[in-house]
Each structure stands twice: as structure tokens, then as C-alpha cells.
Design a protein around this ligand. Structure first.
Ligand SMILES: CC(C)(COP(=O)(O)OP(=O)(O)OC[C@H]1O[C@@H](n2cnc3c(N)ncnc32)[C@H](O)[C@@H]1OP(=O)(O)O)[C@@H](O)C(=O)NCCC(=O)NCCS
Length: 137
């Protein structure tokens, strides 16, 4: 059975491992992460960065063995705030997931500048095909 709850300090090692396996970095504070747990395992995680006019998903990761079972969608439903647009820079390969959730393609201008800068200088950009997307809730 899946359980969704905020991360605690003792989750840090397993959370970091899940993020690193997917080429993503851990960011404090740990309580900002919503986890999907199955038994003792963390099978997914999601964090939101809150800005005055938008909220940004950064990151959302589901463990490979648990994909296409609805975990990513459930994690977003647990954590997304209402009342402001939600933005994401999707890796090209995950754009279909965000489209299925109701996001649409948008311009880089609505993306917080630190994320745009990170993508601009990323050596994996050509392979990643980053796509700015937005969901107006
Ligand atoms: C993107 C990601 C979070 C999706 O999580 P998930 O739990 O597999 O997604 P869900 O099962 O909730 O998918 C919901 C719907 O999205 C769509 N979808 C999800 N993954 C898809 C894929 N690889 N290709 C096409 N459509 C996809 C489908 O419509 C799916 O519904 P269906 O399975 O009934 O057809 C997961 O693939 C992942 O962690 N990828 C690596 C990290 C990453 O790229 N994160 C996104 C940061 S930009």
C-alpha cells in the first residue's frame, strides 16, 4: 500500500539515493519533500518551490520499478498548491506525463531565473530537451 507523507531527517540517505539515481540533487529542507512510501522504501518524491506568482515543481521523481502505476500523478495531487500557476521545466522525455496531468507548453519567461540559468549552462541540455510547462489551477 502506498503512503504519502512529508520526509523526515531519517529519510535523507534513501531520498538522496533516489534523487542521485535520476541525476538530481537533494535540496534542504527535507520537510519540503513529499514522499511516496511503500513499506520501508521511498518509491517517489516531489518538492515545490514557492514564488510570489508561481510555484515550481523541482523535482519529481518516481523509482524506475514503480513507474506507470500512477505514483507520479498521486504525488503531484498531494503537494500542488492551489491559487497560483504551477510551472515545471520538464525533461523532454517526461513532457507526456505533465501533458497528461494538464500542463501545457509555455515560454521560458515564466520560469524562475535560477532554473533557466541552470538549464542554459547544463552540459546535458541537448540530450535532455528541457521544456517549460505550466498548469493554471
Ligand atoms: C516523469 C515521472 C515522474 C512519471 O511518474 P509515473 O509515476 O511513472 O507517472 P504516472 O504513472 O503517474 O503517469 C500518469 C500518466 O502520465 C503519462 N505518462 C507517464 N509517463 C509516461 C511516459 N514515459 N511516456 C508517455 N506517457 C507517460 C501517461 O498518460 C500516464 O497514464 P497511464 O500510465 O495510465 O497511461 C517518472 O517517469 C520519473 O520519475 N522520471 C524520471 C525523472 C523525471 O524525469 N522527472 C521529471 C522531472 S522534469
Amino acid at each position: 500500500m502506498l503512503l504519502f507523507e512529508r520526509a523526515r531527517s531519517e529519510d535523507r540517505r534513501m531520498l538522496e539515493a533516489l534523487l542521485w539515481e535520476n541525476g538530481m540533487e537533494y535540496a534542504d529542507p527535507i520537510e519540503a519533500f513529499m514522499l511516496a512510501r511503500q513499506g520501508d522504501d521511498i518509491v517517489g518524491c516531489c518538492r515545490i518551490e514557492d514564488y510570489p506568482y508561481v510555484a515550481m515543481v523541482r523535482p519529481l521523481v518516481v523509482a524506475k520499478a514503480f513507474r506507470r502505476k500512477g505514483v507520479g500523478q498521486l504525488l503531484l495531487e498531494q503537494i500542488l498548491p492551489t491559487g497560483k500557476p504551477i510551472v515545471i521545466v520538464a525533461r523532454g522525455e517526461s513532457a507526456k506525463f505533465y501533458s497528461a496531468f494538464g500542463f501545457s507548453f509555455t515560454s521560458w519567461q515564466v520560469i524562475p531565473v535560477h532554473q533557466t540559468n541552470e538549464c542554459t549552462s547544463c552540459p546535458d541540455r541537448a540530450e535532455c530537451h528541457p521544456q517549460p510547462m505550466i498548469h493554471r489551477r
